[in-house]
Design a protein. Structure first.
Length: 450
């Protein structure tokens, strides 16, 4: 596939990204923002528009991709969109519910990229700033940031996640807490029988009615900044995410994944917060859960990487976000010759952090445990695939999927033999709380424990 990059032009002014986002979203149906959340101090934010492309980027070659040019945006043209869980499960050969709409991709026609480390602004493709077809927006003293939020914004203990002083709407739950706890025990039974080592059990919360996608996302990014946040609206579906998990990153022939397994809530004060982070790092259950997925991802990448190139670059690293502490590891390898995007996806998607291990056995068991009901975009991935082979895809977690008549939030956690059912219920509730708050909604009463 030829390298079909967009022309890049430096812009000699700062840009208010939330205002650009509002302006574009008001004018364009198909719009995206690949965002690191409010308060980020380095990395890139990319806001843009595109045209729906049902074919997507599957035939893009990865092995010839060059390293990003210093000072230039990491994305220079290509596709932005998502893969849903069911479509990936079907390709993997696992049983799956009918897809709720399938994958969706935009071929990007214009974008604005901001380098938050130095404040540089670039315009890609068609003009979005100024000119007859553009938006001249007020300059700000400091541009809003992208790739990785500042330490202060990520490390602040949880607080202030509620966004509406009025009485919140109560979400509808796919399972009651007792039903979810019973499913945890069934997972443990399957593990005891030797059918799996780990199972990523999920549930769903739904808020009926129409919702303002743009303002909901602005609330979500403020309350829960993350280095792979994002908004992607394609047709009548909008994905709003505060994802902290990198699924796949590719540049210069290197492929990297950063699975998250292990969660603790933030503490009410500095002392309790530090204690919870230390407890997470020391937990035998959480460390076992994490390393099982590290081994699974090593296996997945070994199918598409040069022999001997797979590395564990980081193991059991605690990352802290406004609502949770997470245990994160990093696995990387070098792409084999001739590798294209679809072949990489066939090897690695759905991600092991959202299935369990062994992957096919786990997905088969989970299909039955979750009553053959869809996960949808939750447990999938979203982000960009560059025409030059650069990839940055995040897991769809801590996310909202909006359609015309409802908002859907998935939540769950990895179950091992060492799991305690009540703790797993609390973890699912913790993960759903911030996205629900952005909608002006709350957990169902039965899920609000402690």
């Amino acid at each position: 596939m030829p390298r079909d990059l967009l022309p890049a032009r430096p812009v000699w002014e700062t840009v208010d990204l939330p205002e650009l986002f509002r302006a574009l979203a008001a004018e364009q149906e198909d719009v995206f923002w690949l965002d690191a959340g409010a308060g980020a101090a380095d990395g890139w934010s990319i806001i843009g528009v595109g045209e729906p492309d049902p074919a997507g980027p599957g035939d893009v070659r990865l092995d010839a991709a060059e390293d990003a040019v210093a000072g230039m945006p990491p994305f220079r043209g290509g596709w932005v969109g998502w893969l849903d869980y069911e479509s990936g499960a079907q390709r993997f050969g696992a049983p799956a519910a009918p897809s709720e709409g399938g994958p969706a991709w935009l071929r990007v026609t214009g974008a604005v990229a901001v380098d938050h480390a130095i404040g540089a602004v670039w315009e890609l493709g068609k003009r979005l700033l100024g000119g007859e077809a553009g938006f001249r927006l007020p300059a700000v003293a400091q541009p809003v940031s992208s790739a990785r939020p500042s330490a202060a914004s990520l490390n602040a203990p949880q607080g202030g996640l509620a966004v509406d002083a009025s009485t919140p709407v109560e979400a509808e739950a796919r399972h009651t807490p007792s039903e979810y706890a019973a499913l945890v025990e069934r997972c443990r039974d399957a593990i005891r029988a030797g059918d799996a080592y780990q199972l990523c059990l999920t549930t769903r919360f739904t808020v009926p009615g129409a919702h303002d996608a743009v303002e909901t996302y602005l609330r979500l990014r403020t309350a829960s900044p993350a280095h792979h946040g994002g908004f992607v609206r394609i047709g009548d579906r909008a994905l709003l995410s505060a994802s902290p998990e990198t699924f796949l990153h590719a540049s210069g022939g290197s492929i990297r994944t950063r699975p998250i397994k292990g969660t603790r809530p933030r503490g009410a004060d500095a002392a309790s917060d530090a204690a919870l982070a230390a407890e997470l790092l020391a937990s035998p259950k959480e460390r076992a859960e994490n390393v099982m997925i590290v081994d699974l991802m090593r296996n997945d990448l070994s199918q598409v990487c040069e022999p001997g190139s797979i590395r564990v670059d980081g193991l059991w690293e605690v990352e802290s976000y406004p609502a949770v502490h997470q245990l994160v590891s990093t696995v990387s390898g070098r792409a084999i010759g001739g590798l294209d995007v679809q072949t990489l996806w066939d090897a690695a998607f759905p991600a092991g952090s959202m299935t369990g291990a062994p992957k096919l056995s786990a997905m088969t068991l989970l299909h039955g445990l979750e009553d053959a009901r869809p996960r949808g975009v939750y447990s999938g991935c979203f982000g960009y695939v560059g025409a030059d082979g650069a990839i940055d895809l995040a897991m769809v977690i801590r996310s909202i999927l909006l359609t015309a008549d409802r908002a859907v939030i998935g939540a769950g956690g990895g179950i091992t033999w060492g799991s305690v059912a009540d703790d797993e219920v609390d973890e699912a509730a913790t993960k759903a709380r911030a996205p629900l708050a952005a909608l002006g909604a709350s957990l169902p009463a039965a899920w609000r424990r402690g």
